[in-house]
Design a protein around this ligand. Sequence first.
Ligand code: NDP
Ligand code: 13P
Length: 326
Amino acid sequence: MSKKIVILGGGAWGTALGCMAAQNGHEVVLYARDQATVDEINHKHRNSRYLGDIALHDNLRATSDAAAALDNADTVLAVIPAQSMAAALQELKPLIPANCPVVLCAKGIERSTGRLMSQIIADILPDHPIAALSGPSFASDVARGFPTAVTIACENIAIADDLAAQFSGSTFRCYSSDDLTGVEIGGALKNVIAVAAGATIGKGLGASAQAALVTRAFAELRRIAAAFGGRPETLMGLSCLGDLMLSCSSPQSRNYSYGLALGRGEPLEGLLLAEGVATAPVIAELCAQRQIYAPVISTIAALLNGSITIDAAVTGLLSRPLKNED
Ligand SMILES: NC(=O)C1=CN([C@@H]2O[C@H](COP(=O)(O)OP(=O)(O)OC[C@H]3O[C@@H](n4cnc5c(N)ncnc54)[C@H](OP(=O)(O)O)[C@@H]3O)[C@@H](O)[C@H]2O)C=CC1
Ligand SMILES: O=C(CO)COP(=O)(O)O
C-alpha cells in the first residue's frame, strides 16, 4: 500500500533512499535545509552536490519547508549525520505526527554523550516506534538502482516486517530483525574498522594484514554488541559482516578512503566526513568504562589521536596474546 514517506536530510543517502521509496510507488517528500538542493531535485532531478550527475526518480519531491514535508507523514526516515541527529530532531520534533515510526538511517554514536541513535530518539521522541535501516549500501549504488540488501530492525518485529515490506522492491531488499541494538552497533562500529582497514592498505602493510585486522575486529564487535544488549549472531548478517565486507575494501567508503589517505601520509583536510574518526574514541571510552576487552577499537582510537603509528598499531594487534575467540 502506498504511504507518505518523509526523508529528513538532503545528502547522498537521504536522496538515494528517496529514489528507492519513490521507485516503490510511495509518495516521497525529502526535507533539505538547502534551497539550491531542493530546487535542483524538483526541477532537474539531480542532487549534484552529493550525487553528481545521477538521474533521480521523477516522483521524488523536495522541500525546505519542514512543516509541509512532515504533514500527514506515515513513516519518517532520519538521514542526518549522527553528530547532528539530536539537534535536528529536537528542532523537528513538534512537526512529526504522533505514533509515526522513525527509521534511523545514520550509522554512528553521538560523540558528546556516547548515545546510540535509538537512545537519542527515545529521549527526544519517546512515544514513537524506533527502527534502524542498516547494511552494505553505497548511496550512489542505491540511487542508480543497483541491487542492494539491508536490514530494518525494530524491537517490535511486526513494525520491522511492515517497514521491510514498505521499502523492499525489485532492486532493494530489506530483511527484518527485532535486534535494534545489534543492528545499530554493527553499523556504527564498522565505520571505525573501515578507517583501520584503509590505513593498513594505505601504509602498504598488505591484504593479509587487512584481513587479519578485520576478522579480529569482527570478533570484538560481536562481544561489544553482546555487552550492550544486542545478539552476537545479528552481527553475522548484513548490518555488520555485510557492511564490513563493503566498507573495509572499497574506496567508495569515506571511512576506508580516510584510512587510505592516513596510511599514505596524504593531507586529510577536505576529505568527506568519516564517521569512524569521530566514533572511535567514544567507543573505546565506553568499552573501558564497561570493562569490555576491545583491543582493536582501543588501538584504532590511539592511532587516530596520533599516540601510536600505523605500523605499531597493526603489528601490535597481530602480536597480542590471544584471548577467547580472537
Ligand atoms: N552515503 C552513503 O553511502 C551512506 C550513508 N549512510 C549514513 O547516512 C548518514 C548520512 O550520510 P550522507 O547522506 O552520506 O551524508 P551527506 O554528508 O551526504 O549529507 C548529510 C545531509 O544532512 C543534512 N544535515 C546535516 N545536519 C542537518 C540538520 N541539523 N538539519 C537538517 N539537515 C541536516 C546536510 O544538509 P546540508 O546539505 O544543508 O549541509 C546534508 O544534506 C551517515 O550517518 C552515514 O553513515 C548510510 C549508508 C550509506
Ligand atoms: O555505510 C556505508 C555503506 O554501507 C557508507 O560508508 P561510508 O560512510 O564509509 O562512506
